[in-house]
Ligand binder design. Structure first.
Ligand code: SF4
Length: 219
């Protein structure tokens, strides 16, 4: 099994340095995807060798982020999580929320989960070419019971209107943390990049739904 691997990242685990394992493949097709090589399976590292290397590093790197693509597509993910937990790593899972049963199973071992919310449920087909909305709803409810987590949405005025972000806020109401990420153009997908002011204004309008709301990016 081959994966992508970044040994040191300062942006993929809240307030910790971490290693990141990128699992290939994804069951969504978001036009704005920034990890299209990983989605297409263009990855170079043997998972076993990465896990072996992490065994050497656990005293200097406190956390591992399991990302993708979509890591929950990998059937042996529970074994990977158990192995890393056994080495005392903090574990973060990045997910699109399409596998609530696996999320439920992994829940006790996860220290942080970041779930992408692509848009209001009725727009999942248009944005991500995915239509099992029940899975998304179940994952949201499971994640809301975790001690630490975030929901996050990539936002551009080209594909999400402020009223649609309001709809997302209602879906997530009561959540601990919500992040609005400013869309950035990719070589394959061009749309309007939002300004920081626009993102902040939307954040201000939905603030009451969350314990914490953050804005990342924006021009
Ligand atoms: S869910 Fe994430 S990895 Fe999958 S296509 Fe969408 S942006 Fe890319």
């Amino acid at each position: 099994m081959k994966v992508g691997f970044t040994k040191l990242s300062t942006i993929d685990y809240p307030n910790e340095i971490c290693s990141v394992i990128f699992f290939p493949g994804c069951n969504f097709r978001c036009g704005y995807c920034h990890n299209i090589d990983v989605v297409k399976g263009k990855v170079d590292y043997e998972l076993n060798e990465v896990l072996e290397e992490l065994k050497e590093d656990y005293q200097i790197i406190p956390a591992v982020c399991l990302s993708g693509g979509e890591p929950t597509l990998y059937k042996d993910l529970p074994e990977v999580v158990a192995y890393l937990k056994n080495l005392d790593f903090l574990i973060k899972l990045d997910t699109n929320g399409s596998h609530p049963e696996l999320l439920e199973k992994l829940k006790p071992q996860l220290d942080y989960v970041a779930m992408d919310i692509k848009g209001p449920l009725r727009k999942y087909q248009a944005i991500a070419n995915y239509n099992n909305i029940e899975n998304i709803k179940k994952s949201v409810e499971i994640i809301k019971t975790l001690p630490d987590y975030e929901f996050r949405t990539t936002v551009s005025p080209s594909f999400l209107a402020p009223e649609e972000i309001q709809e997302i806020a209602v879906l997530l109401k009561g959540a601990k943390r919500y992040v609005l990420q400013g869309f950035k153009n990719t070589p394959f997908y061009k749309a309007e990049e939002p300004t920081t002011e626009w993102l902040n204004e939307i954040a201000q309008n939905i603030r009451s739904h969350f314990s914490e709301i953050n804005v990342r990016g924006g021009r």
